[in-house]
Design a protein around this ligand. Structure first.
Ligand code: CP
Length: 313
């Protein structure tokens, strides 16, 4: 694989391979010195045109644990503010000798455009509403480890709840979860669904979370993306919470084994109306931890041909 830009482009074999490599990376991360020389001599540049905490820091940590050099491009202090174009920015950084770009951009398709301007690998760290494939990878990895589902997700019932319309996480998660065999249900008011589900993998859609919550294996809550909404799509946040939020009453109705997931950042009191740290099924912290292992897996798969994962001697 040269690039990692979407789950559908990578396909099922690559998805399974990356999940298997993530197991090895998780083992590296449990070592007293969680660092291997696998990517020594490689340079990874994080180019984030949108805010991020988890994705940017975990890519930087992942690259460092594999001994790659890292560069961080901060838009706010860059020559973009003097009018430099995206293409000139990418070609300028590439001229410094880069092996991989990790790109977050508000425009859907930006990672594909950027791949035309550089010979480096391009990893999509979130493009507009379109895709967030490493989030889907860490979500699939979290389900696989927490529910001991190494072979497939066949028969798993996963509900993705909330602002599907604006969510690149939902689009990538649907692709990854269905590729692995899960049954995915989207739960949202009609105003927070895309106008058409043409082009989506097969999913069920409902507006009634309470009708399905007692049968779920995974409840995946999405963030209400108020910064991407330019119109009032729900009557009030209070009403949204009452119909679609995780309240104490709904948490009590989840099966005992069910996982509670959220990509972060959370709107506490909106989609998350309980303290998830008090729910035994919550794996939200594990999602963050697993983000490092899966991003190590992606960097290793793209850049680390022939390298091994032995510790430095
Ligand atoms: N889940 C996620 O992409 O979080 P950040 O925006 O903090 O990277």
């Amino acid at each position: 694989m040269k690039h990692f830009r979407s789950i559908s482009e990578a396909g099922p074999d690559a998805l399974r391979r990356l999940l298997d490599i993530a197991d090895h990376m998780a083992e590296v991360n449990r070592r007293p010195n969680p660092k291997v020389p696998a990517l020594r001599g490689k340079t990874v540049c994080n180019v984030f045109f949108e805010d991020s905490t988890r994705t940017r820091l975990s890519f930087e940590t992942a690259a460092k644990r594999l001994s790659a050099d890292t560069m961080n491009f901060a838009v706010s202090s860059s020559s973009v503010n003097k009018g430099e174009s995206l293409r000139d920015t990418i070609e300028t950084i590439a001229a410094m000798g880069i092996d991989a770009f990790v790109i977050r951009h508000k425009s859907s398709g930006a990672p594909w455009q950027i791949s035309q301007w550089t010979t480096a690998s391009v990893i999509n760290a979130g493009d507009g509403w379109h895709a967030h494939p490493t989030q889907a990878l860490l979500d699939a990895y979290t389900i696989r480890t927490a529910l001991n589902r190494t072979d497939s997700f066949d028969g798993l019932r996963i509900a993705i709840v909330g602002d599907i319309k604006h969510s690149r996480v939902a689009r990538s998660d649907i692709q990854a979860f269905t590729m692995l065999g899960a049954d995915v249900t989207l739960v949202a008011p009609k105003t927070l669904l895309p106008p058409s589900l043409d082009g989506f993998d097969p999913v069920t859609v409902t507006t009634d979370l309470d009708a399905i919550i007692g049968d779920l294996d995974v409840l995946y809550l999405l963030r209400m993306q108020r910064e991407r909404m330019n119109e009032a799509l729900v009557p009030s946040l209070r009403e949204y919470t009452s119909r679609f939020g995780l309240t104490p009453e709904r948490a009590a109705r989840l099966p005992e084994h069910a996982l509670i997931m959220h990509p972060g950042p959370m709107n506490r009191g909106v989609e998350m109306a309980v303290d998830p740290s008090e729910l035994p099924g919550s794996v939200i912290t594990q999602q963050v931890t697993n983000g490092i292992a899966v991003r190590m897996a992606v960097l290793f798969d793209l850049l680390g041909s022939g390298a091994n994962l032995e510790a430095e001697s």
